[in-house]
Design a protein around this ligand. Structure first.
Ligand code: F6P
Length: 320
């Protein structure tokens, strides 16, 4: 293998830049040439790409977002779009592709390999942490820390006014961010799509807390479990407590990556290059029990990733 390409795809995640840096520098270290594809799979189809070198990735390890930019490509969902991209691999002499993104991006990469036989390696990067085959995805740690910082601030004003706050966090169909931020942020209730919840129980717990002299209440809601506004309306209706709703939204996607995300991104990016050099065809890199591991993309896309039920119960116990 002489020339590899890389792209970032799907929703951006803090640490993507650290991963780009690791891929480029590790590849250059081994004497490979690197092509950076811009705007995700759209740039792959439209030949929006250029060579990268050591200085292309200088001063980015600490930056949020992605210098390659990103997109959710509808065109790449079609065989015609993928065929156009394949033409560009021939034109640019690309022999392997590294895709930094989430499950939607990996599905596209897998189809691309199956149709055109060009080796692909996925690096899991999404704040949602919803990718099987890895304990943690790039961006999750930073997003959770961002959510906790917001919860801490909201707690101050909630206490002053003796209010209940509903904080809606991202995560698409999963509750990983909500569970981690809820536990670390000391939330009374955590609503996630993976577990059923009852408004009666949530309201009872809330009232119990206020009767006991609590000055505030924090409820963290994963966007996939329910809309924060709806939760706030229902709680206010049945308890009469002054309830406010904060939707954290895209601010969870921005910001300088945490040390943990930079380290994870560097390790995963470097291993992705090694995998391509060693003849991988359709793999994903991940982390399991602290070790960097490789799994087949098929497994990463078909297995389910479950939340830590013990952690969910613990959060409940600690917020009695
Ligand atoms: O997958 C990352 C994510 O931020 C989800 O948590 C969220 O549901 C979605 O992307 C939002 O997507 P967009 O930025 O396209 O609105």
């Amino acid at each position: 293998m002489q020339r590899v390409a890389l792209l970032t795809s799907g929703g951006d995640a803090p640490g993507m830049n650290a991963c780009i840096r690791a891929v480029v520098r590790k590849a250059v270290y081994h004497g490979l040439e690197v092509i950076g594809i811009k705007r995700g799979f759209n740039g792959f189809i439209e030949a929006d790409m250029e060579p990268m070198n050591l200085s292309s990735v200088a001063d980015i390890v600490q930056r949020g977002g992605t210098i390659l930019r990103t997109a959710r490509s509808d065109q790449f969902l079609t065989p015609e779009g993928r065929a156009k991209a394949y033409e560009n691999t021939k034109r640019f002499g690309i022999q392997g592709l590294i895709v930094i993104g989430g499950d939607g991006s990996f599905r596209g990469a897998r189809s691309f390999y199956l149709e055109h036989n060009l080796p692909v390696v996925g690096v899991p990067a999404t704040i949602d942490n919803d990718i099987p085959g890895t304990n943690q995805t790039i961006g999750f740690d930073t997003a959770v820390n961002t959510a906790i910082e917001a919860i801490n601030k909201i707690r101050d004003t909630a206490t002053s006014h003796e209010r209940a706050f509903i904080i809606e966090v991202m995560g698409r169909h999963s509750g990983f961010i909500a569970l981690a931020a809820g536990l670390a942020g000391g939330a009374e209730s955590i609503l996630i799509p993976e577990r059923p919840f009852s408004y009666d129980e949530i309201c009872e717990k809330l009232l119990r807390g206020f009767r006991r002299g609590k000055l505030h209440s924090i409820i963290v809601v994963a966007e996939g479990a329910s809309g924060g506004l709806e939760v706030g309306r229902k709680i206010k209706e049945s308890t009469g407590i002054d309830t406010k709703v904060t939707i954290l939204g895209h601010l969870q996607r921005g910001g300088s990556p945490s040390a943990a995300d930079r380290i994870l991104a560097s390790r995963l990016g470097a291993r992705a290059v090694e995998l391509l050099m060693n003849g991988a065809t359709k793999m994903m890199v991940g982390v399991s029990k602290g070790e960097i591991a490789a799994v087949n993309l098929d497994d990463a896309l078909t297995q389910a990733k479950t939340i830590d039920v013990e952690m969910y119960h613990l959060a409940n116990i600690l917020s009695l």
